[in-house]
Design a protein around this ligand. Structure first.
Ligand SMILES: [Zn+2]
Length: 499
């Protein structure tokens, strides 16, 4: 029975965002399962939509012995602190060393981690694990589709296996795919040939959605190339275009039994992606234009018009508290509109003190120092209160408990705002219902999310519009103050090159 050591350490780093991720952020998990050690992994991970959950299930079917070490993740933010990275890596390696010799290692990583002392968090993680296990023990890694691959990450691992959906409804399936690739690696007994290509333009995350073109077709073509060219595995990662280091951006990695096959597979997919550069440049609305368009559509619609407040997406490092869309809804006189999540613990607490039915005058949101944003001062009616613990019901988070802390529904005019104390991306209908707002009965919903919300909201939406209110994650990466990219990369599709 092969003995497989497993570990997970996940962070998506927006190096332009305001706050770093310290050790406490990984202990809590911020929407992910909390820091799990040893056997706790078997108690918490099964049934969840994570790479490790799928890997554990597949390993059981293959008759492998899984040796758990640690798994942790934190909400996207600025850099992981040196203290957090070094403490977590020291514990991971200590636990792995205590297992004695193993037949392989599986790591559940994100791929876009930057720390305060290292540009390539995952490359360093892999290199330290590799140094412990030696050159011959297979090391297979699953990654988020937003991973920014580096030559070091490709070199240190036997295989990198990325999600193929955004919204990421296949995180657990990716763990299963990683187990299949590891099984193939154990069977051949020697490393695969590999080919790595980088895409020469940054792709805005709002247009990376795999339910839309061009990615819907590109991922179908990926599967065809993988099958028809006889590859062991092929991944395409559009990347996370808010990490300021040389290897930021999209990439392709292919594995095969010969170098010729790996190169041909990687080149075929890379050519198809490069040919879609125009299609990666979508169009969006200013906040007021978007609200006016939504109101016009809502006049004859039977379902809500959903607006993505994409630049304040907490899943990409946003603070989930900017007020641009709220101001636009009120300025345009929107009715039956709801917006979430506005993360403002101070306001949630004030609403709880005032009680249901009370009127409160306060400064809502806008407290994160985002340029061109400020708190919204107004008088609201407290319509509902919650302690913030409820079950998600949609496909992105998967069915399971959420903990948003003290929360409230505040109404001003025809607009209801979900105020929460803890950050999470508004990607589940239950995140409106837990404070008494029935999303299907609204004319307009504003979600602080770029793409993940589509998994649960496309089925109830009349249509989806993308708006660009102030936030930490600009729709176009070209508007970020880049300093460390590799020369020649275009900062947006068909945009100017970094020099
Ligand atoms: Zn992602």
């Amino acid at each position: 029975m092969p003995r497989i050591a497993v570990a997970g350490f996940m962070h998506e780093t927006n190096t332009f965002a305001p706050a770093p991720a310290g050790y406490a952020a990984f202990e809590h998990g911020g929407g992910f399962p909390p820091f799990s050690r040893g056997e706790e992994i078997f108690a918490r991970m099964p049934g969840k939509n994570t790479g490790l959950s799928g890997f554990i299930a597949a390993a059981a079917e293959k008759g492998w012995e899984v040796l758990p070490t640690l798994w942790c993740a934190a909400a996207p933010s600025a850099h992981v602190t040196e203290d957090a990275f070094e403490r977590i890596m020291a514990e991971m390696l200590e636990r792995m060393a205590a297992l004695g010799p193993v037949d392989a290692v599986y790591l559940d990583l994100h791929g876009a981690m930057v720390t305060t002392h290292l540009d390539d968090g995952e490359g360093e993680t892999e290199a330290r694990v590799r140094a412990l296990i030696g050159p011959d023990v297979p090391l297979v890694v699953s990654l988020d589709l937003h991973g920014n691959l580096t030559p070091r990450m490709v070199a240190e691992a036997d295989a990198l296996v990325a999600y193929r959906t955004y919204p990421h409804v296949d995180m657990a399936d990716t763990g299963r795919r990683a187990a299949d690739v590891l099984e193939a690696r154990l069977a051949v007994g020697k490393p695969f040939a590999k080919a790595f290509r980088q895409i020469p333009f940054l792709m805005p995350i709002a247009w990376q959605c795999t339910e839309m073109e061009p990615c819907r077709t590109l991922y179908a073509q990926l599967a065809e190339i993988e099958r028809d060219m006889g590859l062991v595995h092929l991944s395409f990662l559009p990347g996370f275009p808010a990490a300021d280091f040389a290897d930021c951006g999209g990439s392709v990695v292919a594995y095969a039994d010969t170098q010729t096959k790996a190169d041909a597979g990687a080149d075929a997919l890379t050519a198809l992606i490069n040919a879609q550069e125009d299609a990666f440049a979508g169009s969006a609305f200013s906040p007021e234009d978007g609200v006016r368009k939504a109101m016009a559509l809502a006049a004859t619609a039977s379902r809500p018009v959903v607006i993505s407040d994409t630049q304040d997406n907490p899943g990409a490092g946003g603070s989930s508290d900017t007020t641009g869309m709220l101001r636009a809804l009120l300025a345009c006189g929107a009715e039956r509109a709801a917006l979430g999540l506005m993360v403002d613990p101070e306001t949630a607490e004030a609403a709880h003190k005032a009680g249901v039915g009370a009127e409160v005058t306060l400064k809502l949101g806008g407290k994160s120092g985002i340029p061109d944003d400020a708190p919204f001062e107004g008088t609201f009616v407290v319509e509902a209160l919650s302690e913030g613990t409820f079950d998600a019901t949609g496909p992105y988070f998967g069915k399971g408990p959420m903990f948003l802390g003290r929360s409230a529904c505040l109404r001003i005019g025809g607009v209801r705002v979900v105020v929460a104390s803890r950050k999470a991306q508004l990607a589940d209908q239950a995140m409106f219902r837990y404070v008494g707002i029935e999303p299907t009965e609204q004319a307009i919903l504003v979600n602080k999310s770029s793409v993940h919300f589509r998994a649960d909201f496309t089925p109830i939406a009349e249509t989806i519009l993308v708006c660009t209110a102030p936030g930490a994650m600009p729709l176009s990466p070209a508007s970020l103050p880049w300093k460390h990219l590799r020369p020649g990369v275009r900062l947006e599709p068909n945009g100017r090159s970094f020099a």
